[in-house]
Design a binder for this molecule. Sequence first.
Ligand SMILES: Nc1ncnc2c1ncn2[C@@H]1O[C@H](COP(=O)(O)OP(=O)(O)OP(=O)(O)O)[C@@H](O)[C@H]1O
Ligand SMILES: [Mg+2]
Length: 221
Amino acid sequence: MIKLENITKIYNQGSRAAVNALNGIDLEVSDGELLSVIGRSGSGKSTLLNIIGCIDTPTEGRYFLDGEEISKLSSSKVSRILNRKIGFVLQDFGLMLDRTVYQNLSYPLIFNSSLKQSEFRQRIMKALELAGLPLHGNPKCGELSGGQKQRVAIARAIINEPSVILADEPTGALDSKTSEEIMKLFKTLNDEGRTVIIVTHDRNVAAQCNKIIEISDGRII
Ligand SMILES: Nc1ncnc2c1ncn2[C@@H]1O[C@H](COP(=O)(O)OP(=O)(O)OP(=O)(O)O)[C@@H](O)[C@H]1O
Ligand SMILES: [Mg+2]
């Protein structure tokens, strides 16, 4: 379970460029939930998702993931949690475009010490199949279409079989048919018991989730 208590995020704190991106967020997300986060541009959605995904830290407040308070853990423990428990689909995919699909999907596995290198290939094939992208050959990610890149990003997010999947605008760059297919994929992952949190501008995407929260000026409304 994810539990946030009075989370605040101030960028550039103490300077004239300070931005109050989050202002006291309280949120509980149960295991297996399919949640969408909506709100205007600049309202704090990505900031919130980045804190939940442990790729950013709050200025104040407490974050518990499965009962462990994240800020109290060493950075190596947080990296381990990030690698195993959380799959992140970034707004701009975050793929290495000059590397092949196989290489992109191998990196998270290298940091997963419980997996032998001989198991990588099978894991990668399984993730690509789940993400609906059968691999013919091994193209560089830069050679793929937007929808295909999105599927590689999703395959990478699920490759270590995380319990939580976080996606920032996963359908933002896609046509409506591809968006629908990607949403179907998130629903399948959720049906398998994973917690899925999707940040979106798209009301159609949000409407397909079990629960919607809206953020305005860094607050849940
Ligand atoms: N690294 C940063 N340094 C300074 N300010 C930032 C930083 N990242 C975000 N902000 C500011 O924090 C506020 C919230 O930004 P955030 O990216 O969370 O919004 P968002 O809701 O995801 O917007 P969008 O829908 O456009 O992606 C904005 O005012 C933004 O300018
Ligand atoms: Mg954003």
